[in-house]
Design a protein around this ligand. Structure first.
Ligand SMILES: Nc1ncnc2c1ncn2[C@@H]1O[C@H](COP(=O)(O)OP(=O)(O)O)[C@@H](O)[C@H]1O
Ligand SMILES: [Mg+2]
Length: 374
């Protein structure tokens, strides 16, 4: 090296002070003996405060343990990855994410302490996290778009035959009405039975049309048609539609309802669709029978409706995926039930939550704001 470029103490000092990374040295007890300007910026403490301070002041218990482990590895000559990440507590109580490189501080052939170079990556990390979240939202939106197009075409295909079915039901009812009911008692009785069956068919077809309407609404993200709704009537309707399926599977249905429950402002059919989806999922989770509990209660300005089963439960890794369109673990599942239900509840200004234990059962809880009375 050219002699004129040999670094003097003064040159080193200058490099230290001008480095944009924080540099600090502490002795074996953790007492800081050197700290540059960037270290002041990073921690929020002044140079006077830093010198003589114990580094443990910067670290929470968890990261203190990590820092200790790293120092031990350095002393023993064990390998570890550098730089490593630490979270440091600033003077103002906030936390900085710092990428740190640590080395031994040796003088006179003796280990005297540790020297650290730390880069503040708080902003960078947050930005990455934001980008990741944004990308996820975008992917979700794209899926929903595709879902919207698919829904629109499926609904279109299904609505025509459904309308046809409704017309045939009515024609048949009329024929029975006109030709069978005034015949001898036995025939008339048969006619009445047929009319009752046809009424059930009509109601099932209407239910299907409502679902297709719901799917289309969801795809278009249109506003629900809201009015004051008595939650217990929604549960009544939902159970009338799918309760039988539960009984056939040896599932006991328990209703624990708050008789004082306030009405909610909602679209009755959409809410019914949500409850039906939850009940059907619960039934499917209990192929060998069990108990289905529907509970309602009020907590201040919120009405809570929960559907609880004693079924197979949901593995924790699946919980974040539940409301994603097309997520299903069933051979013939659509993976749309919860995605649509979630959309509906969100549009009602409510929230969805789920609690589950594998092998024990699952509880889905809907929270809706108490009705405003319009
Ligand atoms: N009550 C429940 N118990 C266990 N798993 C459930 C329950 N409800 C939903 N799931 C899980 O969530 C997935 C998505 O449900 P959903 O959106 O209704 O679609 P699908 O029922 O068509 O699969 C299901 O495939 C299942 O794995
Ligand atoms: Mg389902």
């Amino acid at each position: 090296m050219k002699k004129e470029f040999e670094l003097t103490k003064q040159n080193y000092r200058y490099l230290l002070e001008n480095a944009t990374d924080a540099i600090w040295v502490h002795d074996l007890d953790g007492i800081i003996v050197v700290a540059n300007k960037a270290c002041e910026t990073l921690t929020g403490y002044s140079h006077e405060e830093l010198i003589g301070m114990n580094v443990s002041r910067f670290l929470s218990k968890k990261f203190l343990a990590k820092a200790r482990q790293i120092r031990r590895k350095l002393v023993c000559g064990e390998y570890f990855e550098q730089p490593y990440e630490l979270r440091e507590l600033r003077k103002d109580g906030s936390t900085a994410i710092v990428k740190v490189t640590t080395n031994l501080f040796i003088s006179g052939g003796v280990i005297r302490g540790f020297q650290h170079i730390g880069r503040d990556v708080t902003e960078e990390t947050r930005m990455h996290e934001n980008i990741r979240q944004y990308a996820q939202q975008l992917a979700q939106a794209e899926k929903l778009n595709a879902l919207g197009e698919l829904a629109a075409s499926v609904v279109h295909e299904i609505n025509n035959p459904l309308a046809g079915l409704l017309v045939y039901c009515r024609l048949l009812s009329e024929k029975i009405d006109n030709h069978l009911l005034d015949k001898e008692p036995e025939t008339a009785e048969l006619g009445k039975e047929m009319l009752a069956t046809l009424a059930k068919m009509e109601s099932a077809v209407t239910y299907c049309s409502n679902i297709t309407r719901g799917l289309l609404d969801f795809a278009r993200q249109s506003k629900p048609m809201v009015g004051p709704v008595t939650v217990h009537l929604v549960v009544d309707r939902a159970l009338a539609l799918v309760g039988n399926r539960a009984r056939l599977k040896n599932i006991e249905i328990v209703r624990e309802e708050d008789p004082q429950l306030a009405p909610v402002t909602a679209d009755f059919q959409q809410l019914e669709q949500v409850i039906v989806n939850l009940i059907v999922n619960a039934i499917q989770a209990m192929p060998d029978g069990g108990r289905l509990t529907i509970r309602t209660n009020q907590n201040g300005e919120w009405v809570m409706i929960s559907v609880k089963d004693t079924g197979q439960g949901i593995p924790p890794k699946n919980i974040p995926k539940l409301f994603t369109p097309f997520f299903t673990t069933k051979e013939k599942g659509s993976g749309l039930g919860l995605a649509i239900s979630h959309g509906i509840i969100e549009q009602h200004g409510g929230t969805f939550s789920v609690e589950s234990k594998v092998g024990k059962g699952t509880t889905f809880t809907i929270r809706l704001p108490v009705g405003t009375g319009q």
